[in-house]
Design a protein around this ligand. Structure first.
Ligand SMILES: Nc1nc2c(ncn2[C@@H]2O[C@H](COP(=O)(O)OP(=O)(O)OP(=O)(O)O)[C@@H](O)[C@H]2O)c(=O)[nH]1
Ligand SMILES: [K+]
Ligand SMILES: [Mg+2]
Length: 421
């Protein structure tokens, strides 16, 4: 594979900018610019120079193939963090025949060279995108190979079951119907129970990864937009005393004590006065129905029965204008009741987040379901078909880790990465 380079740190000004080079001969390229670099994994403080012209003083290190992130020869050059320095180094590297890496190309090479499996790649992508503590923790587990290790344990159940089935085929008397040992079904039941636990916990894991949606709904002028602005501490949505101010859905990303949440401001619910308002209300209803939680907001603290779902929160608004009732009430003017509301939201959502599985990507879920389904109704099967079903389940686990069939996903997975990753 050809030599690639890219800035590994975000573009812009900073203390240090790191440029990474990968591919056979990366060390030679670096030595042409920085002088001899005898030992791998040692940091050398060097002048980076193009003949007489000194570009910068930089920290340079290299990693030999097999002991690097990509699995190839890798060089890291830690420059002073000014864009002009990075740009000039890029020119020097291009002059030596290197090309700028594509988005995710370093990670793609790591995958192709067997340094990571596909679930670890997905975990790394999640880790780089993590905004909250719960996202970080889940992504870290995935990128550290926890799903891969689980899959290997599941596979060993299948290998044992498969071997028992095969032996019953081999030694069966042609006259006597083959008898499959009972242990096979115990192993397959164990396998299915493990996978079903993951499949059940997928929805919660997916929500942790993508964020929970919470819709603020209620009649016009209830104070929905005011509440969102108060939580955001900025003017996310327009507020006015005109009923029907909000039309489109407005989204606010929140870190709710470690949970990623998207709070939705919606059009006030009533019989619409015009076509545009009616479309806004339709949207509000659709998004509210699909959301993980609804906050029913009104000065009276009443819920909208047509949208009510178990676990929803009913909140009285404008608490500064009237006596506090029982239950949740907030004022977007004074901020009273806000902490209590956020605590309640967190309680409801963390309840939904409990029991989260490790699998959090639809691709992973599909592979797991295929593996489970392959050995679903196999109790009556003749031994040869049973052996075939076990092999099928095993190959679905290979799909899970990208050991086979990864071509279909590579482009999707890696284009979600930035250049330099
Ligand atoms: N005193 C007081 N006034 C509030 C409070 N919250 C909102 N208001 C006022 O109530 C009016 C309506 O507020 P909005 O936030 O626009 O209400 P909304 O529910 O988003 O209204 P629509 O978008 O039209 O459905 C505005 O005049 C706000 O200033 C509050 O907590 N206390
Ligand atoms: K309004
Ligand atoms: Mg509004």
């Amino acid at each position: 594979m050809d030599l690639i380079f890219a800035e590994a740190t975000p573009p812009g000004r900073g203390g240090v900018s790191i440029v990474r080079v990968s591919g056979a001969g990366a060390r030679t390229v670096a030595e042409r610019l920085a002088g001899p670099l005898p030992k791998p994994r040692h940091a050398y403080l060097r002048e980076i120079a193009d003949g007489e012209n000194i570009l910068d003083r930089a920290l340079v290190m290299w990693f030999e193939a097999g002991h690097s992130f990509t699995g190839e020869d890798v060089v890291e050059i830690h420059l002073h963090g000014a864009p002009v320095i990075v740009r000039r180094l890029g020119q020097l590297l291009k002059a030596q025949g290197l090309r700028l890496a594509e988005a995710g190309e370093f990670t793609k090479r790591a995958f192709l060279n067997g340094k990571m499996d596909l679930s670890e790649v997905e975990g790394l992508g999640d880790l780089l995108a993590a905004e909250t503590e719960s996202q970080r923790l889940a992504a870290l587990r995935m990128s550290n190979g926890e799903l891969a290790r689980k899959a290997d344990a599941w596979r060993s159940l299948l290998i044992r079951a498969g071997a028992l089935v095969e032996s019953s085929v081999d030694f069966a008397d042609e006259e006597v119907p083959e008898e499959v040992p009972g242990e096979v079904f115990e192993l397959l039941d164990m396998f299915k129970a493990e996978l079903e636990m993951q499949i059940r916990g997928y929805a919660a894991a997916e929500r942790i990864r993508n964020g929970f949606e919470v819709a603020v709904i209620g009649p016009p002028n209830a104070g929905k937009s005011s509440l969102i602005n108060r939580i955001a501490k900025r003017e996310v949505a327009l507020v006015s005393d005109i009923a029907g101010t909000t039309r489109d859905i407005i989204e606010l990303r929140l870190d709710l004590k470690g949970l990623a949440v998207t709070l939705l401001d919606t059009a006030g619910l009533r019989n619409a006065r015009d076509e545009l308002e009616s479309r806004g209300i339709d949207r509000a209803r659709q998004r509210a129905e699909a959301a993980d939680l609804r906050l029913h907001l009104s000065p009276e603290g009443k819920a909208d029965n047509s949208l009510w779902q178990e676990g929803d929160l009913v909140v009285a608004s404008k608490a500064d204008l009237h006596d506090l009732e029982r239950g949740l009430s907030v004022s977007s003017v004074t901020g009273a009741g806000l902490d209590m509301l956020l605590d309640k939201m967190f309680d409801v959502l963390s309840q939904k987040a409990s029991g989260a599985a490790l699998v959090s990507h639809e691709r992973q879920l599909n592979a797991l379901m295929a593996a489970r389904n392959a050995v679903d109704d196999v109790y009556e099967l003749p031994a040869e078909l049973l052996a075939e079903a076990v092999r099928h389940a095993s190959s679905s686990l290979d799909h899970l880790l990208g050991r086979i069939g990864a071509e279909d996903y590579l482009d999707v997975v890696f284009t979600s990465f930035c250049i330099g990753k």
